[in-house]
Each structure stands twice: as C-alpha cells, then as structure tokens.
Design a protein around this ligand. Structure first.
Ligand SMILES: Cc1cc2nc3c(=O)[nH]c(=O)nc-3n(C[C@H](O)[C@H](O)[C@H](O)COP(=O)(O)OP(=O)(O)OC[C@H]3O[C@@H](n4cnc5c(N)ncnc54)[C@H](O)[C@@H]3O)c2cc1C
Length: 365
C-alpha cells in the first residue's frame, strides 16, 4: 500500500478530507476524472471574471466553526445575495418581502401586506392540499403564486404544478421587513479570487491526479491505498445493479457580452413560463467586477440522463428508497467510505458538505 487514503473526487468533500488527513501525516492521493480540481465549485476565468462553471455558488452559513475554517483558505467579500424576479414586464425583489409586496400591491405597511395575503390565502383553504399548486395557493395566495412561483417551479421540475407533490413546498419564507437578503444565515460572501483557489490551498502538498477515472484506475492499482473515500455517484459505484437514481440537472448557456453591465444584479430569476430559462447569472456582480465586458449564463432546468452532470437529487419516495438500498450495500464495503453530495445522494450546501467532511475526518482519525 502506497497511500493511507485514496480520495475519489477533488470537490469540497474530498479536498477537506484530504487536507485534514494530510495535516496529521496520512498519505493521501486525490484522483478526479475531470481535467480540473474543485468539482462543482470550480470557477473558470473568462475576460478576467470568475465564472461559476457549474452554477452560481454563494457561500452562506450560520456555523461559526465552518466559517472560521473556510476563512483560513480565502478572504470573503461582502456580497449579499439579493435576487430579482422578472415576471413578464414586472420586476420584483426576492425573497418575498416588503419590497416585493409594496411593488405588487402598492402598499406601504406590513399590516396591509399581511391583510392582503391572508385574504388571498383564505380563498384557497381547501383541506389537505393534493398537489403543489394547491399547497402554494393556500400558503401564498393567488398573486404571489401566479407571478412568482408557478412558472418558475414548472420550469424547474419540467411539469405542471398540479402534477407535482405538495411536499416540495413546505412553507414559504415571507418576510415583513424591507430586507432583500436571500439568506438568513449569520455569515455570507464570495471568496475573493474564486472558489478554485480554496481547493488549491486545501490540496497543497497532497498528491493529485486529474483526468483519472476511478474505475479504470482501480483496475490497474487495486492495492494503492488502505482505504478509499468515494465522492462519486453511489449507484454508478455498484454498476447501477439496483437501478438508476434520478437527478434534475441544469444546462448553462454562457455568453460574453460587449457591455459592462447587462442586468445590474448577479441573479435574475425569470418567473413566467414563456421564458424558457429559469435564471440569468451575471458573474461579475458576485465580486463587484468593473471589467469592460461581462459574462452571463442562462440556466435551463433539464431532466437528467446518464452522461450529464447530476445536480439535484430527486428526493421522492422511489429514489429515497432506492438510495437506502444502495446505502446498505455501501455499509458492507469495509474499506470504502461514501461521502459528499453524490456518494450520499443528498443536496448539500457548501457549508454542510464541509461540516460533513470534517465530521468524517474526526471519526476516521
Ligand atoms: C447548480 C448548483 C448550485 C449550487 N449553489 C450553491 C450555493 O449557492 N451555495 C452553497 O452553499 N452550495 C451550493 N451548491 C452545492 C455545492 O455545489 C455542493 O455542496 C458541493 O459542491 C459538494 O461537494 P462534493 O465534494 O460533495 O461534490 P462535487 O463537487 O461534485 O465533487 C465530486 C467530484 O468527484 C469527481 N468524480 C465523480 N466520479 C468520479 C470517478 N468515477 N472518478 C474520479 N472522479 C470522480 C467529480 O469529477 C467531482 O469533481 C450548489 C449545487 C448546484 C448543483
């Protein structure tokens, strides 16, 4: 055995694990099938702008330990995520807050907003909601649902809200203050210089091999390490023998524009169904860039098929059950630990994936 750990995947989970294990003298090899490190948080420099290649990533957390941890590897700027929604020719602030309500109804006070919402909601108190549309109407009322939820959700899931289960929306984050900060977390920002640099620092001193697929590599090097940390897809690891776990994915259309400011905000959601994309990201605004050109990405929510980037696990009953069966198989693999968003078939925010990797490493070492 040459290494203590073979770490499959150089995303945040693998990189944090490798960093901590290396720090206490364990020999680690990180492999990634991709031609770059950092997995989903990889940023590519285009026209001097850090482009979030796999979708907009905003770091936010309420966990001070995680915040202190990540700040060892980067300085964060003071970016606050304040998306804007465009519905036909109307423009609204998100999340749903007093700015949204005053624009929608021409009102000024929280009491007025609450009264309108309550009145609209009461028209839809229809017992147990049978689908997402009924759920959203009973929580938000007609105006917010029709203008800000319906079309966006249909595009996100690729089917009408009447065909979607109600559990997708459990509650709606109404805020009766003039506060456009999307997140409620204590800490938030974008790492100055991009996310890839964080992963570079995490992997400093660790052996890394890119363009290296686990399945080819392990055939040639079966005894390379004492243990493996696997952050790829759990169903693929087991040859899909119990079936394929489903995902939703996003297709990005990225374009360089000959103007310095296209939409005036990093994130603009298109909430009417007729516009085929869900959002436009203008990357420079994450870092308050003042480059001459700008780079935008239109996001199209798409059904995932093998070969595409798997993004959002579909946590319905069928897939949850299938994952639990794969998890049983995984538990029988004594020298392989499955972690991260693909290894655990779980949507993890970045702070949560760091927390999970730190937890695993402390158990392991
Ligand atoms: C569109 C989108 C937007 C997001 N936005 C945010 C956000 O704003 N804020 C936030 O906190 N979180 C966000 N996240 C979540 C964030 O991306 C994840 O928490 C994090 O990237 C997960 O890290 P990971 O290491 O588990 O997975 P990944 O980053 O996916 O790393 C897995 C790595 O394993 C490699 N790999 C897979 N299979 C193999 C194999 N067979 N052989 C070798 N290598 C392999 C892959 O190439 C990849 O590099 C977002 C996620 C998505 C999908």
């Amino acid at each position: 055995m040459i290494y203590d750990y073979l770490i499959v995947g150089s995303g945040l989970f693998g990189a944090v694990f490798a960093h901590e294990a290396h720090k206490v003298g364990k020999k680690c090899l990180v492999i990634d099938k991709s031609d770059h490190i950092a997995g989903n948080v990889y940023c590519e420099k285009i026209e001097g702008i850090n482009v979030h290649k796999y979708g907009a990533h905003i770091f936010h957390t309420s966990n001070k330990d995680v915040w202190d941890y990540i700040n060892q590897f980067a300085e964060f700027n003071n970016y606050i995520n304040s998306p804007v929604a465009i519905y036909k020719d109307e423009l609204y602030n998100l999340p749903f807050n007093m700015n949204t309500f005053s624009k929608m109804w021409g009102i000024k006070t929280p009491a007025e907003a609450k009264e309108i919402i309550e009145k609209q909601r009461s028209e839809y108190k229809i017992g147990e909601p049978k689908n997402l549309e009924e759920q959203a109407l009973s929580l938000a009322g007609k105006d917010v649902y029709e203008k800000l939820i319906k079309g966006y959700t249909q595009k996100q899931w690729g089917r009408p809200c009447t065909d979607l289960p109600s559990f997708i929306i459990k509650r709606l984050p109404f805020r009766f203050t003039f506060n456009n900060n999307y997140f409620n977390d204590r800490y938030q920002g974008i790492p100055i210089g991009g996310y890839t640099k964080i992963v570079e620092k995490l992997l400093d001193g660790v052996d890394v091999s890119l363009n290296t697929d686990y399945y080819d590599f392990i055939k040639i090097n079966p005894n390379i390490a004492r243990k493996t940390v696997f952050t790829g897809m759990i169903d693929e690891f087991f040859g899909y023998k119990l079936g394929t776990l489903e995902y939703r994915t996003v297709r990005f259309e990225t374009e360089i524009l000959e103007c310095d400011n296209y939409q005036g905000n990093a994130v603009v959601n298109y909430t009417d169904y007729e516009v085929p994309y869900t959002r436009i990201i203008e990357h420079k605004h994450f870092e308050f860039g003042n480059q001459e050109k700008t780079v935008i990405s239109r996001e199209y929510s798409t059904e995932w098929t093998p070969g595409m980037e798997p993004y959002y696990p579909v946590n319905d009953e069928k897939n949850t059950h299938l994952y639990s069966r794969y998890k049983e198989l995984a538990e029988q693999e004594k020298n392989i630990i499955f972690g991260g968003r693909l290894g655990q078939y779980k949507y993890y925010d970045m702070d949560k994936v760091i927390e999970a990797a730190l937890h695993l490493v402390s158990e392991e070492l």
